[in-house]
Design a protein around this ligand. Sequence first.
Ligand code: FE2
Length: 425
Amino acid sequence: MTATVALVLRRGRLLGSPATGELVDIAMDGGYITAIGPRLAVTGAQEIDVQGQLVSPPFVESHIHLDSALTAGQPRWNESGTLFEGIAIWSDRKQSLTLADVQERAIAALKMQARQGVLFVRSHADVSEPNFTPLKALLAVREAVKDWITVQVVAFPQDGIYSSPGNAERMEEALKLGADAVGGIPHYELTREDGVKSVQYGFDLAEKYDRLVDIHCDEIDDDQSRFLEVVAAEAIRRNMGHRVTASHTTAFGSYNNAYAFKLMGFVKRAGINFVANPLINLTLQGRGDTYPKRRGLTRVKELWQQGQNVSLGSDCIQDPWYSLGTGNLLEVASVAVHGCQMTGRDQLEACYAMITENGARTLNLAGNYGLAVGQPANVITLDTTDEIAAIRDRATVCTVISRGVPLVTTVPAQTTWHRDPGNLS
Ligand code: FE2
């Protein structure tokens, strides 16, 4: 008699297995993966035959702003395409925020991502406003969606911590309200000294409240914006590297090589995580350049080559900073391939890892991520054969299983020729 489990996924091609390798079944029960192997002798109360589709752990969105998602054009379009016009537009849009407004847009964005295979999301919440509407809304969303998608919320001081009275106190209050991580934006503080102080304050809060750190760091073309060294130094001194993320770090792409090489050693020693957001930073940065025009990306390839954990994020879905975006992380990986010139075979596969396992490291999901027996049963299947084809084709995510239960399925688009192409002239 064969054992019965809640769900069996039949005939999947396991991520990383050779094209000629055997297809595998994945058994899931009680929300966990209980067995993986060819032709498992188990019966599922529900069985899904994926007919050779690629089976992957879910995508991880390691950097997004759900509070501003789906507001592009409100109250006006970002015509200059710059970070600073985006901040000004958001400042106006914030005046009309309500809890319901933020929650509805955030959940709509999460559903867009979940149907495309994303089951873990780190979102920043703007805490520069006295009423905490974005933070309270996203904390409520985190709770409301927890059965099907995991959301982390970062207390993000969009307007700076020391730029106006009360913001520093609001950061601490945000942690008391339940934010998972401390944010920062040192390059937007009024002075270099304030920027340094803001990073140190963020680390102090993270230690005091036992939270993660994720700082918007040097998201500017200014080659003199050097707060990454401060983040690395604090991480080294406090031995917190794996709990610390430096997001964006686009100025790293503008530093002279002598400084950049020195900094590479510091960040390696610190062991911090990096998040690059190629969609937005390729369009946002370099706006002050004529030609040659900088790409505005951090040194993704070089960080990856030295073994640093680098993940990729969407950053924005249709908001004042980036009017496009659908939350599709395969698109993000594809744009990273181009923008970071990561076209080698290993490099292409690395870009897939940057939206899966590397993202899981950034989010500190240790022990709760991956296709292995005993792990939570979060599995996606794609209409493709391997990672490279998935990025190339923006493969359709056909099945999304969350906590051992099917969440959403999508049928790939089908094309029908009505004449023989060979005879078309
Ligand atoms: Fe961001």
